[in-house]
Structure formats: structure tokens, C-alpha cells
Design a protein around this ligand. Structure first.
Ligand code: KG4
Ligand code: ZN
Length: 359
């Protein structure tokens, strides 16, 4: 069947079309077209995503991307080009989510096709199976599966003892790790999104100085639970920068100092993620570890995670293009849910944007 998927939860407008077949354990996909429009440039002056602007940009871009995607998939002349529409309904920015949902409902009415609402975090979870082009399959996965989901809005450890059965065993008690990367980048005068910028700075000094001369806290590292906290770490960077600026107001013009701060921040942020993930792998005898979400693109995190999985657990990571938000992952999760629910979908009128949707 042909599935069209729509992602508008944050600052990326994405639409893709895939041909999907098979069951939840052996589904296979062929990408027919995949397009996206990033709003990063629009949000840079605000240092983060500005919801009203995100909504405006999604509304403007959705019809343009749809036309391009249908054309590329060679479906634009068909009356009913698609069999199923998958759309993100949460979590995310509600004004942004609504644009995708309204758009999906209009298409569903026009083409008389069902709509399956998709949880964005489940999308991230299946992203390691996807490819930007060509064909791919859901790989055979051994359970229990642990997912470390790390994005701009989420930091959570999700346990699945069986297929598509999720339990959040730990999460951030305040800020998400991606949000901390973004805020620290801002403190260092770097543009949004901050994760790749911080990572680039840190990598400039990492090969030479494994340890930074600065020292930042590792919040909640030794708590018995699987939770995280990033607000205190972010504030510690704020105080560090403030103290350094007292001695030298132009300190942030010193690239080396900035890189050393970025290195210590990245080390602290990653150490907390890796430590709790390792504990969860041991406690739940995890066979497969998935690390996904925008922060999964972080090189240092990937390297440190590889050290803890070893031979015990198989590590699944998304391709770089599929770690940040994209519509392909929504199509994969949408199809799997459609099959799992025996092709039952909710009434169109009951599909609503749910900003704080949980797994
Ligand atoms: O999953 P995503 O694209 O959007 C959300 O659902 O939030 O994640 C975006 C987050 C941003 O906070 C961004 O700074 C972070 O992912 N990010 C990174 C890297 N690339 C993106 N963080 C650290 N290192 C990276 N290389
Ligand atoms: Zn995301």
C-alpha cells in the first residue's frame, strides 16, 4: 500500500510517500519520494523555535511540498494516489501540529482515505530502520528493547518487553538534553540549533585535551532512578561564563576557551545519559538498545554509547539524516500501527493535536 506521511511538530515541514508491505515484525518499505523544508533560518533571529512563525511556515510550505512529493512519486495525476495518510499528532508545538493534522484531514476527505495519527517519539524510535532513499526492512529485533530518546523536547528511557509495548522507566525532571545544548550554545553566542555547534566546538579540542580545564556538575548521576536533569547543568554554564566575563569581558571572543566550555558541557551531558542507560541495560537485561532523536546525531554520545553496549546488547542508531525530525519515521510508525490495529483508524474528528502526548 502507498502511505503518505506528514511531520509538522516543530520546525521541519516534511512529507514523504512510501510503498509499504508486510507485518509488524517484517514490514518492508520503498521510498517513492521524500521532501522537507527546514525553518531554521526563520527562527535563528529568535534563538529558538517561535510557535506562531512555525505555524505560518508550515501552512505556507505544506501544499508546495505535497505537490513536489506527488510529482516525484509519479502520482500527481491520480484521483486517489494514496491508501493511507500518517500524521504526527504529538508531542510538539500545538499550533504547528494542527497545521499537519488539518492538512491530513483535508486530503483524507478529498481522496477518501484513512488517517493514522502517529506519536512523534514512536517515530524517532523506529528511525534506525529507515533509509532516506531506496528500500529498507524492519530488522529482526531481540527483546527487551531499551530506547534512549534524546531530542529538543525529550530525554527519556523507554522499555519495551515486547513489540510496540512501551513503558517510560526514566526521563528528565526539567529540561531536555537537546534544549540544554541549544541554551548553552546561545550563552556562547552560537546560533540555533545549538547541538551541532557545541559538538563542532568540542570536537576541535577533544583530540588534544580529553579533559577540559573547566568542571561542570553531572546532575542526578548517582540517583537510584533512571531520571535525568539538565536545568542545573545549564545554569552552571551560565555562572561559569558570567565569572569568566567578570575577569575578562571579551572572554567569549577566545575560541579556545569557548571550545573548552563546550567540551566540558558535552562531556557532562553525555556522561549522565550513558551512565543511566548502562544501568538500565544491566537491570533489565536489555538485548537491543535504540538511541534516537536529534541529539543521537552527537558524535561523542555515539562513541560513548558504543562502549557500553559491547557484545551484550545490539545497538541501533539512525542514519544522520533520520536522527533529526523527518516524515519518513512518521510513515514507518504509522504503517506499523495501522497493521497492529488491524487497519482500524480513529474517526477523523477525534484526531487532535496533543502537545504533551506521552508514549
Ligand atoms: O528530534 P529533533 O530534530 O527535534 C525534536 O523533536 O526536538 O531534535 C532537535 C534537537 C535540538 O535541540 C538540537 O540542538 C539537537 O537535537 N541536536 C544535537 C545535534 N544535532 C541536533 N545535539 C547535540 N549534538 C548534535 N550533533
Ligand atoms: Zn523530534
Amino acid at each position: 500500500m502507498k502511505i503518505l506521511s506528514i511531520e509538522t511538530s516543530c520546525d521541519e515541514t516534511g512529507i514523504s510517500i512510501m510503498e509499504a508491505k508486510g507485518g509488524i515484525k517484517d514490514a518492508s518499505f520503498k521510498v517513492l519520494a521524500n521532501n522537507a523544508s527546514s525553518q531554521i533560518d526563520v527562527h535563528i533571529p529568535y534563538g529558538g523555535v517561535f510557535p506562531a512563525l512555525a505555524k505560518r511556515e508550515h501552512i505556507k510550505n505544506l501544499p508546495i511540498i505535497l505537490e513536489k512529493t506527488l510529482k516525484e512519486a509519479k502520482l500527481d495525476k491520480k484521483e486517489k494516489p494514496i491508501d493511507l495518510i500518517a500524521v504526527t499528532y504529538g508531542p510538539g508545538l500545538e499550533p504547528a501540529l494542527w497545521t499537519g493534522i488539518v492538512f491530513a484531514k483535508e486530503l483524507a476527505d478529498k481522496w477518501k482515505v484513512p488517517v493514522i495519527p502517529v506519536n512523534h517519539m514512536e517515530g524517532h524510535m523506529v528511525s534506525p530502520f529507515g533509509k532516506e532513499k531506496g528500500t529498507f526492512k524492519i530488522l529482526k529485533t531481540n527483546y527487551p528493547v531499551l530506547s534512549l530518546l534524546v531530542s529538543g523536547g525529550h530525554t527519556e528511557l523507554v522499555l519495551a518487553k515486547k513489540v510496540m509495548d512501551y513503558k517510560i522507566i526514566g526521563q528528565t525532571v526539567d529540561d531536555a538534553v537537546g534544549e540544554a545544548f541549544d541554551k548553552v550554545a546561545r550563552m556562547l553566542g552560537l546560533p540555533y540549533p545549538g547541538g551541532p555547534q557545541i559538538s563542532k566546538l568540542a570536537e576541535e579540542v577533544r583530540p588534544k585535551e580529553k579533559q577540559s580545564p573547566f568542571s561542570l556538575p553531572r546532575p542526578m548521576l548517582h540517583t537510584k532512578d533512571f531520571n535525568f536533569s539538565y536545568s542545573g547543568l545549564k545554569t552552571a554554564v551560565l555562572y561559569l561564563v558570567r565569572d569568566l566575563q567578570k575577569e575578562n569581558p571579551n572572554i567569549l571572543q577566545n575560541e579556545k576557551i569557548k571550545s573548552q566550555i563546550a567540551l566540558e558541557f558535552e562531556n557532562a551531558a553525555v556522561e549522565c545519559l550513558v551512565h543511566k542507560t548502562k544501568k538500565a541495560i544491566e537491570q533489565y537485561k536489555i538485548k537491543t538498545l535504540i538511541v534516537a532523536g536529534g541529539v543521537a546525531a552527537n558524535k561523542h554520545l555515539k562513541e560513548e554509547i558504543k562502549k557500553i553496549t559491547g557484545k551484550k546488547a545490539k545497538l541501533l542508531l539512525p542514519a544522520k539524516e533520520l536522527s533529526t525530525d523527518n516524515s519518513l519515521m512518521i510513515g514507518i510508525a504509522g504503517y506499523l500501527n495501522y497493521i497492529k490495529n488491524k487497519k482500524k483508524v480513529p474517526r477523523l474528528s477525534s484526531i487532535k493535536a496533543t502537545g504533551n502526548l506521552s508514549l
